[in-house]
Structures are given as C-alpha cells and as structure tokens.
Write a protein that binds this ligand. Sequence first.
Ligand code: MLC
Ligand code: AMP
Length: 483
Amino acid sequence: MSEPLFPRLASPDSREAIRIGEHRLTYAELAGAAAAVTHRIHGCGRVAVWAQPTLELCIAVVGALAAGVTVIPINPGLGSRELEHIVTDSAPEKLLAWPGVEPEGRLVSLPRLDVHRAAGGGELADALGAEDVAFLMYTSGTTGLPKGVQIPRRAITSNLDALAEIWQWTDGDRLTHALPVFHVHGLIIGILGPLRRGCELEHAGRFSPTALAGALNRGATMVFGVPTMYGRIAREAETERRLAQAFAGARLLVSGSAALPTTVHDRIKRLTGQEILERYGMTETLMNAGVRLGQPVIPGRVGAPLPGVELRLMAEDGTILDTTDDETVGELAVRGANLFTGYLNRPEATAESMRDGWFLTGDLATRDASGSIRLVGRKSTDLIKSGGYRIGAGEIEGALLEHPAVAEVAVTGAPDEDLGERIVAWVVLESGRAATAGELTEHVAELLTRHKRPREVHFLDALPRNAMGKVIKRELAWEEMSE
Ligand code: MLC
Ligand code: AMP
C-alpha cells in the first residue's frame, strides 16, 4: 500500500487524537490499542462493532480496518426486526464491544471480543486494499428492510482528501460533533476524517448545544452537524449569549445529511456571524458536493461537486440535462471514486441504482452557472429524512402491518420545523379490532429503531388509492396540511 490510511498512526506521537467526555487517547495510544485488535481478529472477513461514541469504538474500527477486515457498525438502538435482518444478511464472524456492553438478540450468539484502551499491540498494520470493503453500512430503501452498502477504502480516502481540500482542513484543526457513529456522517467523515488528517477530535457524546459549546471553548475549530442540531443551537443561542459566542469562535461550521433551512442559516449568521457551509452526501456515495471555504455562501445551495466527483442532472427519460439555469430540475447522478461497490446480496438493487456507470441518487436538483447544486426534493415520497436519519416508509408500513389490528397503512413524511420531516402513519383498522396511536407507536419502536416511530397516527376508514389500487400518498400529504 503506497500511502497509509491514517498517516499519523503509521508513526504515532503523543498528540491527542480523540477525546470523548473525560476520556482521551493520544495517537500513540490509539495505534497501540488498535494494533492489539488487528492481531486478535486476523483472518476474519467481517466483524460487527457496537457503535456507541466511545474510545473503544474508535480503537475497534481502526484495528479492524488495519487488519483488512470489514466493519459493520451496529446501532445500539436497533429494533429486533432490524437486528435480526442485519446479522443474518451480513454474517459477521465476531462482535467487537467492551466491558459493560450488553447486546441482545442475534448479537448474543456471536463470538465476542472485548476491546481495551490500555492494550499495546506494537506497530499498526495497513492491510486494507483500495477496492476492499472497509464498511458495510445499512441504510433504508423505499421498500423492505435496510440494504447493506459496501464502502471501499478508495471511496473513503478520496472523499476525505477532497473535503480537506475544500475546507482547508489540516492537522492543526480540532473537530467537534455529537453525531451518531453508525452512519457515514458521524463515523466516516466525523471520526475517520480527523484521524486521516492527523488532527484532534472531541466527540461531545449526546447532542446538546451546550456540549458542543463546551468543546469549542476547549479549542475546537470545526463543527459538523445535521440541520436539526443547528436549529436547536440557534434557538438556544437567542437567549444564551455565551453559547452564541462559543460558536462565533469556530473556524468552520458544516451542515449536512438533510436540507438546512434558510431560516436556520440566517439565524446562526445573525447570532454568531458564522455562515454554515453545506455539503451533500449519501451512504452510497459519501460526500458529493460542498460549499468551499472562502467562497460566497448562498443559503439553500450545497456547492459544486467535490474534487474527483462528477455530478449530472438527468431528465425522467434518462436524457442528460446540460442546463445551468438553476431552474430545470433533474435527478442527480454521480460518478467517481467516492461510489460504493454495491448492495450486499442485492445484485438487482445494485443494477437498478446504476446507469452506464453513474449512480442514481433519487435526489432532484437544479444547477447554476457556477456548477453549484440546489436540492429541491426527492423522486420518491417513500424516503423520509427526520433529524437527518434516512427512513424508508415501506419499512415502517411493514412493521405496522404486523400488528393484528392493522388492516391497511401508509406512512408519509410531514414538514417539521425541528426535524425537517416527521413520520406520520395513516391507518385503517381491521373491522372489529381496536388499537390506540400509542400502542401502534410502541409496536414500531419494538421492531425498529426508536427514531422510526411515527410521531402522529391518523385513523381513516379507507386510504386514497388510484385505479391501480396504489395509495396516493400526495393526497394524504394534502390532508395533513389542510388539518
Ligand atoms: C422519538 N421520540 C418519541 C417519538 N420519536 N417519543 C414519542 N413518540 C415518538 N413517536 C423520543 C426519542 O426517542 C427521544 O427520547 C426524544 O423523543 C427526542 O427525540 P428527537 O426529537 O428525535 O430528538 P433527539 O433524540 O434529541 O435527536 C435529535 C438529533 C438526532 C438531531 C440529535 O436526530 C440525530 O442525532 N440525528 C443525526 C442523524 C445522522 O447522523 N444522520 C446521518 C446519516 S448519513 P429519548 O428518551 O431518547 O430522549 C447521511 C449522509 C450525509 O445522511 O450526507 O451525511
Ligand atoms: P443517507 O443515505 O442517510 O446517507 O441519506 C442521503 C440523503 O440525504 C440524500 O440522498 C439526500 O436526500 C439527503 N441529504 C444529504 N445531505 C443533504 C443536504 N445538504 N441537503 C439536502 N439533502 C441532503
């Protein structure tokens, strides 16, 4: 391998690498502890890693990647149905966790390996090839259970280096965030990003504006977050001057994973003087576009394609749209080293998502003369973004249909000031059966992650359907708005 995945870990020093709460690791300590993991999982194909923001998680991930072993991050909040599916589909050989972690369900039957901070294991290997799958990350589709997205090493290195270029991200930085560490945003960009740059990271644990402000006051220079977080920061900063001051001192505030409302951008600017830079990404593609540091920020735009990434707009019939009028809407397609290598065990889904080597994102956008992208919506009403989480309506519908009182169901996303979208379920009950909204919500929370619970449940006598019998979700959305 010509160039190490994490150059600073190849010749580690006593610089602080990661701080989480009161716990810290230097680059030398991280390299040693990760090398011990590498040694212990040598020969494995894939391992599941308990994905809570702890130093052990970072050690486990770095150690597995160094061994050339694919990491499957496990969201500790998964519902029973999702966990069963992910473990069956991905067949990990071990679970990497640490003392105190008590997994349930299918994870209990996996051989477990506890990671230790103090374990010193010598020099860190670098066995992952450019096309080898570094991560298998599960993400929702419009129907069915989540799909395993295979992310190769070359996507990670090329993408992190492109982000470094546009944000002038160097080893002099200190990043802070409070993102969940089982998705691309928190884990690849938010943890591997600083490690590749050789800079410092402070993960603030559970999100709160105050926790991030604390990290900024301790010297953090960059903040990553989803729009819901910036909305909450803006709301608190209105009355908390010291909060506003902490954010005013950052070198860079970045938002992604969902559309940043212009109102939130403007509010943060008024309160802190900072202009949030947006970037646009996806589990299958990592980051595609981003606003460059030092260039004018136009709220609502996610910037031009990243270095090494090609984006194009396509009409519904597949024609390529060369327009730069910022008006013509097309579906975004992506090509570049940032792309995944396919969905695990789903060759048809992989083939459907690609056209002539371009990945079809399902996102609808316009482009202006400078090449900057404005996202205007999604092709499918069946993908919901709530708090930055991608949630498939079909998955929640499937869970609700498993409830004995539910005859028919449709799930939609409704605009929500805090979450971007909130999950709404429209339910027709079996005749003679009863169920409350609370019962149905809890039923979903049992089978799926808690953030997939509907926030609202409406009971109807019948769902609006077209002549083919397909539910007309846009009509339900109108019903929601007219209430
Ligand atoms: C949720 N709650 C409910 C409920 N749904 N209670 C009753 N009924 C329901 N239907 C509970 C929650 O369990 C929680 O309880 C409480 O309500 C508050 O929930 P919340 O409003 O969702 O807020 P919170 O938990 O504070 O989370 C907000 C957030 C979170 C912004 C911190 O959504 C978040 O971390 N989002 C990041 C998502 C992300 O990283 N996406 C990246 C995907 S990768 P309790 O008891 O738990 O407090 C990607 C690519 C890219 O998109 O471009 O980056
Ligand atoms: P996920 O697979 O969870 O990674 O979600 C990817 C989706 O998030 C994309 O297809 C977009 O719809 C959405 N997304 C990511 N970043 C942005 C952004 N900056 N603005 C609007 N939508 C975004």
